[in-house]
Design a protein around this ligand. Structure first.
Ligand code: 2BA
Length: 110
């Protein structure tokens, strides 16, 4: 058995959970936020048989969209020369899904 942990963008979370549920996967959704952009995202956790891992990855691939986001410029330290400060937002590409696949040594429902 594997535990699949997938970080997806908040906009895609419902579509991803629905797709997993419709295909018969049980998943748990956490409301999370990314450490870099400090924006809300979602983390889906799914325990699956080894043979079905690729099916889950394919569902995530087709339901989590890649997007561009922007980081607001930070205020420069007072001591920093003004010409080194970039006043424009910086564009970053945010992935469809960031996925970790872990081995599960034991699974119990008590
Ligand atoms: P965030 O940490 O908010 O990162 C959002 C996007 O910002 C990243 O997209 C990446 O394009 C960019 N980024 C992140 N850290 C950066 C840095 N130090 N320098 C420059 N650009 C940076 P993704 O890579 O698609 O990641 C989307 C979200 O997935 C992340 O949100 C984070 O919540 C999660 N994530 C990504 N890699 C992870 C990892 N190795 N471990 C845990 N969570 C991860």
């Amino acid at each position: 058995m594997k535990l699949i942990i997938a970080v997806v963008q908040a906009h895609d979370a419902e579509r991803c959970s629905d797709a997993l549920a419709n295909a018969g996967f049980v998943s748990t959704r956490f409301t999370t936020s990314g450490g870099f952009l400090q924006k809300g995202n979602a983390t889906l956790v799914t325990g699956v048989d080894d043979a079905r891992v690729d099916e889950v990855l394919e569902l995530l691939r087709s339901n989590a969209r890649e997007r561009h986001d922007y980081i607001a410029p930070a205020m420069p330290p007072v001591a920093e020369p003004a010409e080194l400060f970039n006043p424009f937002p910086v564009e970053v590409q945010v992935g469809g899904a960031t996925v970790f696949v872990l081995d599960v040594s034991r699974f119990e429902q008590l």
